[in-house]
Design a protein around this ligand. Structure first.
Ligand SMILES: [Zn+2]
Length: 438
C-alpha cells in the first residue's frame, strides 16, 4: 500500500525570531510532519524545497510563547481579579468559590483558559493543577509544558488520612501529562506535607514548582508564625503547629531550601519578597523565578525586584498567574507590564526588550526543564515541534527593524517592536494552525 508523502510547508514572514540565533528578515520555517526541519531565509528555503507549499504570514513569526506560571482551571474566576481584595482576603474568596464548582465546571473553565493561550500565541505552560479532573482537557489541547499537581490546604493528619493516596493516584494516573509537583506554600500545607511533596517529586524524577515569597504576610508567617496566614490556618482548622506562633526565623526562600525544594529541577512563582542573599541562594541552586507582575499588583502583593534579577543574571520566566488575579492570559500584555516595572526600578540597559522576550521563550523553557531533545520549546530550530506564533505589527515598525524604510535611522530592536505592537494573528501547534485571525 502506498502512502501519500507528507506535504512540506514553508511558513514565511517578514521577520522570523528563532531566539537561539539572530532575527531573519524575510525568513521562513520549514515544517515536515509537525516538526521544524529548517529555518532560514524565505528565498533559500524556497530554492532548496521547490515542492513545499508556501504560506506567507504578516508581521513577526516567533516560537510559541512559554507561560511559566498559570492556573488554567481558574479561567472562569475572572471576576475575582477585579475584587480589589489583598491576598489573604482574596484567598478566602477563592476557597469559597472553589467549593461551588463541579467537575464539569472545572473542565469547561480549563478549556476556555487553554483557548485563551492559543489566541495569544502561548503554546507551552507551567500549569498548576489543583483539580485532577482537568488534566485530560490539558492533554487533549496539545499545549506543551508541565502540569504541576498541587498540594494545598493539607496538614499531616489530612495527608495521612487519604490526601496523599489521592495525590499519588492523580500524579501516577495514566494518559495525562502530569510531570510536576507543586507544594503550594508554607502557609497552606504543613512542613511535613511540603517535604513529602519534594520527596515524591524527586523519587519520580518530576519537576517542582511552588509559590514562594509572594507576600509580606507569607514572610511574617515563615519568620515568626504570626499574621493573617497564622489566623487563616487556625480558621481553616489546619494543624501547622511546627510554625504557628513560633516561626522558623527564616525567609521563605531559606525555608524552601531547608525543605530541600530548591534546585535546577525547581522553579518558583513570584519571588517578590527576597533579599540579595535569597536571590543569590536561588541562583546557586539554579532555581528560576516566574515573574507575574500584573497578578502581584492586583493582589497588592508588592513588586518583584525585576531590575535586580536582570542585573544579577538570575534565571527568569514570565507567567500570567491565574485569571482570578490577572486581567488576561496574554503574555505580551505581561511583558509590557514587566518592562514598565523594570524601567521603574531603574533598569536602563538597552538589552531589556530582548531579555524579556527571551524570558517568555527560552527562559520559560529552562524553567520547565524543556531545553533538550525533541520536546524542547521556546525556540525555532531544526528538530523542534512546529509550535509558533505570528504577531502582526504596523508596517512602519517592521520597516524600522528590517532597515528597509525611507529613514536611515539605526534599525529598531525587533523584540521591542514585538512588545510594543505585537497582536497575535496566528498560532500553530505541531504544524497545525489552531488560531488564525488573518
Ligand atoms: Zn499562582
Amino acid at each position: 500500500m502506498a502512502y501519500a508523502r507528507t506535504v512540506l510547508t514553508l511558513h514565511a514572514a517578514p521577520l522570523v525570531l528563532p531566539m537561539t540565533f539572530a532575527a531573519i528578515p524575510d525568513g521562513a520555517v520549514l515544517v515536515d510532519d509537525g516538526r521544524v526541519t529548517a529555518v532560514g531565509t524565505r528565498a533559500e528555503l524556497v530554492a532548496a524545497h521547490p515542492d513545499a507549499r508556501v504560506r506567507d504570514w504578516p508581521g513577526i513569526l516567533t516560537p510559541g510563547l512559554v507561560n511559566s506560571h498559570a492556573h488554567t482551571q481558574y479561567f472562569d474566576f475572572g471576576d475575582l481579579a477585579g475584587s480589589g481584595l489583598p491576598f489573604p482576603e482574596w484567598l478566602h474568596q477563592m476557597v469559597a468559590r472553589r467549593a461551588t464548582f463541579t467537575d464539569a465546571m472545572w473542565q469547561e473553565s480549563t478549556r476556555r483558559g487553554l483557548h485563551a493561550y492559543l489566541e495569544t500565541g502561548t503554546t507551552a505552560v507551567a500549569d498548576i493543577v489543583t483539580e485532577p479532573v482537568v488534566l485530560a482537557a490539558i492533554a487533549r489541547s496539545g499545549i506543551r509544558g508541565v502540569a504541576y499537581l498541587e498540594a494545598v490546604f493539607a496538614d499531616d493528619a489530612a495527608w495521612a488520612a487519604g490526601r496523599r493516596t489521592e495525590f499519588l493516584a492523580a500524579l501516577d494516573g495514566a494518559g495525562v501529562p502530569v510531570r510536576g509537583v507543586s507544594p503550594h506554600t508554607p502557609f497552606t500545607i504543613s512542613t511535613g506535607v511540603y517535604e513529602d511533596c519534594v520527596a515524591i517529586a524527586r523519587d519520580r524524577n518530576r519537576r517542582l514548582h511552588p509559590h514562594i515569597a509572594e507576600t509580606m504576610q507569607e514572610s511574617e508567617y515563615v519568620l515568626s508564625g504570626t499574621g493573617p496566614f497564622a489566623d487563616n490556618a487556625k480558621q481553616f482548622g489546619l494543624d501547622f503547629s511546627d510554625i504557628l506562633d513560633r516561626g522558623t526565623g527564616l525567609s521563605p526562600v531559606e525555608w524552601a531550601d531547608a525543605r530541600g525544594a530548591l534546585g535546577a529541577d525547581c522553579h518558583i512563582a513570584h519571588g517578590i519578597h527576597v533579599s540579595a542573599s535569597d536571590r543569590a541562594l536561588l541562583r546557586d541552586r539554579g532555581t528560576a523565578v516566574a515573574l507575574c507582575v500584573r497578578s502581584n499588583r492586583i493582589l497588592d502583593a508588592g513588586e518583584p525586584p525585576v531590575a535586580a534579577y536582570l542585573e544579577e543574571g538570575s534565571p527568569i520566566g514570565v507567567g500570567t498567574d491565574s485569571a482570578a488575579s490577572s486581567p488576561s492570559l496574554d503574555l505580551l500584555d505581561e511583558l509590557r507590564a514587566l518592562r514598565a516595572v523594570a524601567r521603574g526600578q531603574g533598569y536602563t540597559a538597552e538589552d531589556l526588550d530582548r531579555r524579556l522576550v527571551e524570558a517568555a521563550t527560552l527562559g520559560g523553557a529552562a524553567a520547565l526543564g524543556l531545553t533538550e531533545g525533541p520536546e524542547r520549546v521556546g525556540r525555532l530550530e531544526p528538530g523542534v515541534r512546529a509550535d509558533f506564533a505570528v504577531f502582526s505589527v504596523p508596517q512602519e515598525a517592521l520597516d524600522g527593524v528590517r532597515g528597509s524604510g525611507a529613514s536611515s535611522a539605526p534599525r529598531t530592536d525587533p523584540h521591542g517592536v514585538l512588545i510594543d505592537h505585537g497582536r497575535c494573528v496566528a498560532t500553530v501547534l505541531g504544524g497545525t494552525i489552531v488560531h488564525r485571525k488573518v
